[in-house]
Design a protein around this ligand. Structure first.
Ligand code: PMV
Length: 350
């Protein structure tokens, strides 16, 4: 019998969307109602580290430990990832009988986030990207990142974008099976070395309404939602052009427009969903003031399913942006003490 323990480790970075994914046309497969686009942030600052091991001698159940706590792996999302990766491994084992039958061994996954989990800081994105990459490495799969993104998408939609670094589009696709709903790199991080992100942790608490529940409610009840969905294709096109041309003004304007459009559909949901709080709104005003003073857009805010702000800016505007934030919001309650800021730059993916 095979007494070995097989192991592979990886880290996956967080990505923060500038065109948001909000709405599922197929909740089971995590197929979105619109394409989205994100920037993958520096691994050193915000990342999930994951080790996948398997052995014929492990207890029969697969297990997942996240930040030292045992997680429920019976959910359909995690099961879909395990199933797809196992079936790819099983194909290799069929082709070459010498390959140990890892697909039949129980899996043991250990993950650590170095940032607050489920606080709207895209922890599920890094989490599922790392889980899929670690198991794919453990199984020595030859699948491309695009193919792995299709699997990670089933864990958490936004996770498909964390398989790549730099600027990443998740193309919504047309197929009911989801085969064409995958992530692709629009540009590598080095394409725009000036790009920086400032993350303002307004609250590290778990979000009130999960993204899945929120999306479902918005799709079902918001009359603004169809208008948002109709506006995304043009914005995607303009965003890709802005990135290709390193046009920060256009990038920033589109980023803020899309964040506001997404949060407007949340407010239009019945009952309304409020992800932004007073500190988030104060951050928006600071960005408006910075841009007014500069006479052009040098800073852009975006918010996911929580109050934390991500501010994009170019390195050359550091004093005008990061400096002013410190000055203006350093004194706010809920900002100092509990609050902290993390600087991150765009980076390569896993
Ligand atoms: O991947 P999920 O199901 O956690 O959804 C993420 C949704 C947003 O973060 C709000 C937007 C996005 O595109 O990342």
């Amino acid at each position: 019998a095979d007494s070995k323990i097989y192991s592979a480790s990886t880290t996956a970075p967080v990505n923060i969307a500038v065109i948001k994914y909000w709405g599922k046309r197929d909740p089971k497969l995590n197929l979105p109602t619109n394409s989205s686009l994100s920037v993958t942030l520096s691994q050193a600052d915000l990342r999930t580290h994951t080790t996948a091991t398997c052995s014929a001698f492990f207890p029969a159940q697969d297990s997942l430990l996240l930040n030292g706590q045992l997680q429920d792996v019976s959910g359909a999302r995690t099961q879909a990832c395990f199933r797809e990766l196992r079936s790819l491994r099983a194909k290799l084992e069929e082709q070459d009988p010498q390959f140990p039958k890892l697909s039949r061994y129980p899996l043991r996954i250990v993950s650590e986030n170095n940032f607050p989990t489920a606080a709207g800081l895209a922890s599920s994105a890094a989490g599922f990207a790392a889980l899929v990459r670690a198991i794919a490495d453990l199984y020595q799969l030859k699948e491309s990142p695009v193919e792995l993104s299709r699997i990670a998408r089933q864990g958490s939609g936004s996770a498909c974008r964390s398989l790549f670094g730099g600027y990443v589009a998740w193309e919504m696709g047309q197929e009911a099976s989801g085969t064409d709903s995958t992530a692709v790199q629009v540009a590598p991080a080095e394409h725009w070395p000036e790009m920086q992100a400032l993350i303002l942790v307004v609250s590290a608490a778990k979000k009130g309404v999960s993204s899945t529940a929120g999306m479902q409610a918005t799709v079902a009840t918001s009359s603004l939602f169809p208008a948002r969905v109709a506006s995304v294709p043009q914005r995607m096109e303009d965003m890709i052009t802005a990135i290709k041309e390193q046009n920060f003004e256009s990038f920033g304007r589109l980023t803020m427009k899309d964040s506001n459009s997404f949060h407007a559909t949340c407010l239009d949901t019945e009952p309304p969903i409020f992800y932004l709080n007073d500190v988030s709104r104060a951050a928006i005003r600071v960005v408006e003031d910075i841009n007014k003073k500069a006479g052009k857009i040098v800073a852009a805010y975006t918010f996911d399913a929580g109050p934390n702000a991500v501010i994009y800016f170019e390195e050359k505007s550091t004093d005008a942006v990061a400096g002013v934030f410190k000055e203006r919001l350093g004194h706010l309650e809920g900002w100092t003490g509990k609050g902290e800021s993390i600087r991150a730059s765009a980076t390569e993916g896993v």
